[in-house]
Design a protein around this ligand. Structure first.
Ligand code: FES
Ligand SMILES: [Fe+2]
Length: 454
């Protein structure tokens, strides 16, 4: 019998690759009753854009469940199981009523919470309305996105508000993208900042800004809402610090990329906030908002788009660059983007086939935090970072900070300088100093460059 393996250690050994296995069931299965599915269901999840709602029901699939979403004549949102509880006809063919929805087949009439308002063909006094309900989930809208809570009713948390949702200088522009692969490989991309140097800058031309060609120092930190990366790049006379948040379990706050030139201390102008929500085990949606600065002349633009327009380049919103499968296959082969990287890892990436390296520490840490949440839910506890309401929006930490700090005398000393800068700024963000004062007033003096011990 030929011995096959998940990880290969010698040349010309592909024949020995095992055909099966390697899928991490705990992190990738999302249907009802699965560990990760139950975990994700404890949080409000975005399911559709408000603009997708018309006067007919909107069929959708989320977390492996087939549903219909609609807005009734009174403006209330309903999210029901797609199969009618009478004999299973799809409610995507139902008629939206002033109140609720009416199945096309025999006219059973449901309210937005699933209760039966009428069963018109049945004899008067039928017990059906008091005995049967359509399956329904609570839904609500925020800034052009419809969110649902699909977990146990008695565990429903408050709708979470984060500081980045409620900034007076910003408008939020909703968008969504489908990826034909498991949610986790899309979301992990966010805690893998080293790929920016290769995929987005060195290998196929500059997709964002030239500063990303420099290899950054890499650190990851836990935060009160999840985790973040801290990357610092040497760029001429400047150090460029960029941090993105991962708000558990599946929200990324991506700092803008427009601050890579000149000096910008703690800036959060541009960016995007998005969830990666499983459609099922083999498909997911990235759904969220691009920031739009109200002060700019064209309110549809964010700062990056505005600069691109001034320079006569195409718009580069965070949902545009390499984030979809829209270009042709050949175009994507010649200039692949994130979408090509994560979808080509397979419909469900096999962790057993991976060989994680030092730069994957963020991916490993994210998986560890997910397991912590999944296992808390298994023990019937609230998962870490679940928002149960409180005093105002919760703080997040993503930002760009670019400061003029000339290079140290050696590459090794300069790396120490970059690490020290990253740690100092991160501490000031955690302490609140870089949120509560005017950023330019905050001293970022890291002292003279330190020289490494041999
Ligand atoms: S199947 Fe819906 S009313 Fe009969
Ligand atoms: Fe990327």
């Amino acid at each position: 019998m030929v011995k096959r393996a998940t990880s290969l250690t010698g040349p010309y050994q592909a024949y020995r690759r095992t055909e099966r296995g390697g899928i991490d069931e705990e992190l990738t299965r999302v249907g009802p009753g699965t560990p990760c599915g139950e975990y994700l269901r404890r949080f409000w999840q975005p399911v559709a854009l408000s603009s997708e709602l018309t006067d007919v029901p909107h069929a959708l699939r989320i977390l492996g469940e087939d549903l219909v979403l609609f807005r009734d004549g009174e403006g209330r949102l309903g999210l029901l199981e797609r199969a009618c509880p009478h004999r299973g006809t799809s409610l995507e063919y139902a008629k939206v009523e002033l109140r609720g929805l009416r199945c096309c087949y025999h006219g059973w009439h449901f309210d937005v919470d699933g209760t039966i308002l009428e069963v018109p063909g049945e004899p008067e006094g039928t017990p059906i309305p008091s005995r049967v309900c359509a399956g329904a989930y609570p839904a609500r809208e925020y800034e052009g996105i419809v969110f649902a809570y699909m977990g146990p009713p008695e565990k429903k948390p408050e709708f979470p508000l984060y500081d980045l949702f409620v900034r007076p200088d910003k408008a939020l522009k909703p968008a969504k993208v489908h990826s034909p692969c498991n949610w986790l490989q899309v979301r992990e991309n966010e805690m893998d900042p080293i790929h920016i140097t290769f995929l987005h800058t060195r290998l196929f031309g500059v997709q964002f800004v030239p500063a990303f060609a420099a290899l950054p120092t890499l650190e990851w930190r836990e935060t009160p809402v999840g985790m973040m990366y801290v990357t610092v790049r040497r760029w001429g006379e400047h150090l460029y610090l960029r941090s993105n948040d991962m708000i558990l379990p599946n929200i990324a706050r991506v700092a803008g990329v427009e601050d890579a030139e000149g000096e910008t201390v703690f800036d959060r102008r541009g960016g995007t906030t998005n969830w990666v929500v499983p459609i099922d085990d083999r498909n997911c949606l990235t759904i969220g908002w691009d920031d739009v600065e109200k002060a700019l002349p064209d309110p549809r633009r964010n700062a990056l788009m505005d600069r691109a327009a001034r320079e006569g380049r195409a718009s580069m919103g965070p949902f545009d660059v390499g984030q979809t499968g829209d270009p042709t296959y050949e175009q994507r082969q010649r200039a692949p983007g994130d979408w090509d990287a994560w979808t080509s890892q397979g419909r469900v990436a096999r962790h057993g086939w991976e060989n994680l390296a030092m730069t994957d520490k963020g991916v490993a840490m994210y998986r560890k935090l997910l397991r912590r949440g999944i296992r808390a839910v298994k023990r019937d506890q609230d998962p870490p970072c679940l928002e149960r309401g409180g005093a105002g929006p919760r703080a997040t930490f993503s930002h760009n900070t670019v400061k003029r700090i000339p290079p140290a005398s050696t590459a090794a000393a300069d790396r120490e300088l970059a690490l020290a800068f990253g740690r100092l700024v991160t501490e000031k963000i955690f302490s609140g100093e870089l949120r509560s004062r005017h950023p330019m007033d905050v001293p970022l003096d890291i002292g003279p460059p330190r020289h490494p011990q041999n």
